[in-house]
Write a protein that binds this ligand. Structure first.
Ligand code: CUA
Length: 240
């Protein structure tokens, strides 16, 4: 087998063996591909659609490359073939792909504000999230309590967060539940969440904020919506 064919076979095998290994990342606590809310689900759907589309295009390119390698003796394509390739591959394919992605992106933008999250403020559960170097403070208006590195919320209820910073820029992110939002000194950034099911969801700081940046993980604990008492007790216990 010629050397270049051996090389392409090796890469093909690497791809085939590597793909199932990468699938292990899907179920990690910080995986956006294990969504627990409508917003996160829409992001995961876009990701899978893009991965599938990229996979199909990559496969097409590999087939074309292998086909070209197999031409023996090598020959340059006809003029007409070149024109077809340029128009189909250089104009039509990218245009269709970009239009589809734009349509998906616009739908996703709408999904970032699901009807439940647009609910009136008085129906929502409010928490003030304040970032510090290098920890998170959660204040619960009405409960007169605060927790550190744990955000207690009810599931199935709109949650309104006011995200602030006490020092430098930090980034709030619970990948399975919502998109990212920066905590900026002197500003109040608002993030609305809606967690489908009770459970614990991992969160991290996603803006480099100094040497302790990596030690700023936190947990979002979603309690059953019909047991507000349990939530309040958990907050008070943590606050002691
Ligand atoms: Cu806080 Cu990075």
């Amino acid at each position: 087998m010629p050397a270049r064919k051996q090389m392409s076979c090796r890469y093909l095998w690497l791809g085939l063996v590597g793909s199932p290994l990468m699938a292990g990342c899907v179920q990690s606590p910080l995986s956006t591909m294990a969504p627990a809310s409508e917003v996160a689900r829409s992001v995961a759907t876009l990701w899978w659609s893009m991965a599938a589309g990229t996979g199909v295009i990559l496969l097409l390119m590999v087939v074309l490359a292998l086909w070209a390698l197999r031409l023996n003796p090598p020959q340059s394509p006809h003029r007409r073939g070149v024109r077809v390739l340029l128009i189909a591959g250089g104009l039509i394919l990218p245009s269709v792909t970009i239009i589809l992605l734009l349509a998906f992106g616009l739908r996703l933008n709408e999904a970032q504000w699901p009807p439940q999250a647009r609910a009136e403020a008085q129906e929502a559960f409010h928490v003030d999230v304040i970032a510090h170097q290098w920890w998170w403070e959660m204040r619960y208006p009405g409960l007169e309590s605060r927790t550190v590195n744990v955000l207690h919320v009810p599931a199935g209820v709109p949650i309104h967060l006011r995200i602030m910073s006490n020092d430098v820029i930090h980034g709030f992110w619970v990948p399975r539940v919502s998109g990212k939002l920066d905590a900026v000194p002197g500003r109040i950034n608002r993030l609305r969440l809606f967690v489908d099911e009770p459970g614990e969801y991992a969160g991290v700081c996603v803006e480099y904020c100094g040497e302790g940046h990596a030690s700023m993980p936190f947990t979002l604990v979603a309690h059953p919506a019909d047991n507000r008492e349990a939530l309040q007790q958990a907050v008070r216990r943590a606050a002691q």
